[in-house]
Design a protein around this ligand. Sequence first.
Ligand code: SF4
Length: 493
Amino acid sequence: MNLSKSKYCMAVQCLKMLWLNENKPEVKKEIDNESVLDNGIEVGIKARELLGEHVNISFNKDLQVMIKETKEYLKKDNIVITEASFGDNNNFCSVDILRKKGDKLEIYEVKSATEINDIYYDDLAYQVMVVSSLGYNVSKALLVYINSKYERKKELELDKLFKVEDVTKKINEKLDEVKNNLEEIKESMKRKNEPSQKIGMHCFTPYECPFFDYCTKSLPENNVFKIRRMPVKKKLELYNKGAISYDELLKEDIDTKFRQQIDFELKALRPDIKRKEIKKFLKQLSYPLYFLDFETFQQAIPKYEGVRPYMQIPFQYSLHYILQEKGEVEHKEFLAEADIDPRRSLAEKLVEDIPLNVTTLAYNMSFEKTVIKNLANLYPDLKEHLMNIHDNIKDLMIPFKERYYYTKDMHGSFSIKYVLPALFPNEESLNYQNLELIHKGGEAMSAYANLGKLRKEEQKKVREALLKYCELDTYAMVKIYQKLKEEVMEVNS
Ligand code: SF4
């Protein structure tokens, strides 16, 4: 096997993970990180400009072609090469940015993160090991990552957007460890039989392991790892002392909210509905009633003035509303054009669509409130109206968060993605899987960010899918609200 940077890091996290990746890829679970990957690629490409003029080694399936091309360029004394590639029979790496000054090489590893994770040192140390074992003189190892505090002005300033940290000393101290790791990886990969490895923190960090379901397949279906909102550390503590099944967990000293999830699922309890509390919650709401949901996206490299890396930029909203008791459910929506700063037009439309002094419901309102507050700070002329909307938002999540309404099918969660199917198990119109193209927030984010790259026809299809997706979010809220009302009506009757 030819080891790469990513495979080396995988093995550092867990040897079994790499073994499974090579020998049983079919049991790997897909991890939803589309927008993270999009940002990573964009950051990598932009960072290439950091050291000025450079040459790039294009990807080739035949790695030898890349290695040969790199060697040619390295005949020059002073040069910057991106994706410079090195390798022997066992190890291969492409260096994000390589600077050659005389006979010295500087290796820059680019990350789209805003802070350093320990695994980045392993990544860089592996590259230094591969490059220096080929006889090159590596004088510096540096990490390049995003400065989250940077706010874009009219022009993008790469030297302010990126933080560059010289970590040569730390990397040099790690080289013996890399050597030992490489030996261990080599031995492990020779094995025909799957290595055994206990479940532990390494299954969750630095990256969520895609083989977790496979490695825990012999555990009872209802096990400690299915308990929502319990910190991983606590789950592992219980797991290590043998409290794994729901029955065993009930004998442990665990928080009431976790006990409730177990009790409900184990005994298939009937829904617990605290009607008095629900009634109290509903009493604070008055018509006209608006149901609001934003979709946002993030840019690792800010494209618009006043934007910071990874700031939530709203590009779309859906708004259902009911003007009076027993009134019709009506709908408005907004979706920005592709490749423009969507914030101003969205803010203008929002103040047009939501009148002053009305109750607006959001599900998990802190998100909607933050988006609105940011818009209010950005546009002083709209501030008063936007803050009026902000101050009148109520959270539809409360009855579920406070467990005024709980069913076993909520599995300990109060997220709308669990609450909705638990309340409406057979309602096809509320099933996100029935939607075309876009079924979850991450897909919406990525779809909008890439909208401008599509041809007109495709753009139209994606825009329709985005509108349908967001509309379902607020339609779901209306249905949840109505369900709560029905429960209260039963109390009155
Ligand atoms: S689930 Fe844990 S033990 Fe299994 S491969 Fe992943 S990291 Fe290793």
